[in-house]
Design a binder for this molecule. Sequence first.
Ligand code: PLP
Length: 371
Amino acid sequence: MSTFVTQSSIAPLEEYIEEIRPIFESKRMTNMGPVYKKLQHQLKKYLDVPELSLFVNGHLALETGLQTFDFPTGSEVITTPYTFVSTTHAIVRQNLVPVFCDIDPTDYTIDVNKIEELITEKTVAIMPVHVYGNLCDVETIQKIADRHGLKVLYDGAHAFGTTYKGKGVGNFGDMCMFSFHATKVFNTIEGGAIAFKDTCYQMRLHELKNFGIHGEDRVADVGGNAKLDEFRAAMGICNLRYVDENIKKRKAVAEKYDELLGDVAGIRLMQLRDGVTPNYAYYPVYIDPVKFGENRDDVYKRLEENNIHARRYFYPATNDLVCYRGKFEIQDTPVAHDVSMNILCLPMYADLGMDEVERICEIVTGKTNGR
Ligand SMILES: *Cc1c(COP(=O)(O)O)cnc(C)c1O
């Protein structure tokens, strides 16, 4: 038996069949049909956001969100390298320049004390990441953005259902992207969304994800195709029914890990910001090679030998990826570099058994396999 870092949550087949039956009857399979609209409505409520545009995946949601702002080519976007490649790629693919800010060593989100020194006359936006379903310092980020006239687009791919002081995470910044990929807390198989407040973005997002088509004979923008189809929307409607229960189960897994690993010398757990109710999307541990006596890769290998597939997520940092070599200096973000070298995401999903969590922790700490 193998245990993987994640296992997708999927609603019962019968429920899905019920939900897709009307699609077969109407033969309306995509282009923002009734199932799309139903999911959009339900998600707006669940995420507690004023406006929401659904996409075929989170990455194209990010790219389309950026495109909506019409930044001049070559403008700078302040972001962090401690993220999934998608964040950095979205900026580069939109002909913008990522400027990497370092991260906070305790919660791995953007270090707000280091943002302002990176602002130049070319800076147009900040794109922080709500890493692991934790939350950035949204208040300070907004103050900085207001002071310098910058847009804020959050990569909230991990943060579905996270709240801050009782407010949905999608309420912060000009926009917040969510990913509904199969491995995320909530999924539509592949899917994503942009949450936003200002209704001026509504039509533009809608058109840009549909080739820029404005009317039957008018194409006003060079848009792409990033529409969420009816079948994926139906999967979302089914999976949304289970998401609260799943987050509750994830919480129990996280608490078990906390209990078993919280006092182990050399293992550092992620800190949550005050006021955050997380979604327990991931369970990252920082392994201090000196205090723990082994490095991250030793632990990773020992887990592999026991058929437990943890992930070195995020390693490498995106400013150290082969495709960006020579363009950025990883030494500019020493904390992100250090964390990426020492982090390990342990298995975390709703149906992970407590016995399995115990076994994983024993292998991590070396109580089995003779360390
Ligand atoms: C998953 C993810 C994305 C991309 O989302 P997709 O839906 O897979 O396109 C972007 N950023 C981060 C941090 C992610 O984890």
